[in-house]
Design a protein around this ligand. Structure first.
Ligand code: AMP
Length: 223
């Protein structure tokens, strides 16, 4: 049996991690694990972890490592992750990166590639503040850059209910960018030291980035 592929997408809010992770799911049969999505589900369910996470998320800070790691470990125990995973929004701190390495090592796995999506911060505020998703299938849209072909109808599933994240406003995005630079950007050096870092210019269009990323993933999945 081949070892499951483990990919990490690094980059500030708005860099396109979620969009590209969804594409990689389709193109390579990998599973997207977004700690942001898992935390939003915990908040919506009203669980103890969700209640603790809620205010921190609304302020644009980072939820505690303990809560995030517990949620992620639960998710990684589900059988659908066997083919491989794309971590979107995790790890975000040194401790999370070290714990991930330890967790993977217990099953003979390792991070195959950490891909840094490189973008301009200022452009991210506009990208994030206008975005919304289909409530049915999760397809992403944007007020300026990507409207559905028929107004109010999802291109992908035909759904008509859309949602916006509570933390996708300009003020909170600036806080999230600060948290990214203070706590998460140093992980770029960490993965560089391990020889698994790949940097890609993520200011271009979605299709061009898909192609570049696809090449990287095809290269690391084969090993
Ligand atoms: P995201 O969907 O990745 O933009 O995450 C939304 C929010 O969830 C972040 O601003 C954090 O408050 C929280 N969050 C998501 N992933 C993590 C993580 N790995 N560590 C700490 N907080 C996280």
């Amino acid at each position: 049996m081949t070892t499951p592929t483990v990919l990490i997408l690094l980059g500030p809010p708005g860099a396109g991690k979620g969009t590209q992770a969804r594409i990689l799911e389709e193109d390579f049969g990998l599973v997207q694990l977004s700690t942001g999505d898992l935390l939003r589900s915990a908040v919506a369910s009203g669980s103890a972890a969700g209640q603790q996470a809620r205010a921190v998320m609304e302020a644009g800070g980072l939820v505690s490592d303990e809560i995030v790691l517990a949620i992620l470990k639960d998710r990684m125990n589900q059988p659908d992750v066997a083919k491989g995973i794309i971590l979107d929004g995790f790890p975000r701190t040194d401790r999370q990166a070290a714990d991930l390495d330890a967790l993977l090592a217990t099953s003979g796995q390792r991070v195959n590639a950490a891909i840094s999506l490189e973008v301009d911060d200022e452009a991210m505020v506009g990208r994030v503040a206008g975005r919304y998703t289909c409530g049915g299938c999760g397809e992403g849209y944007h007020d300026t850059f990507k409207q559905p072909a028929t107004a109010g109808v999802c291109d992908k599933c035909g759904g008509t209910a859309f949602k916006r994240r509570a933390d996708d406003n300009a003020e909170t995005v600036r806080e999230r960018l600060k948290a990214y630079h203070a706590q998460t950007a140093p992980l770029i050096t960490y993965y560089e030291g391990k020889g698994v870092l790949q940097r890609i210019d993520a200011m271009g269009d979605i299709a061009a980035i898909r192609q570049t990323l696809g090449g990287i993933v095809a290269g690391v999945s084969a090993h």
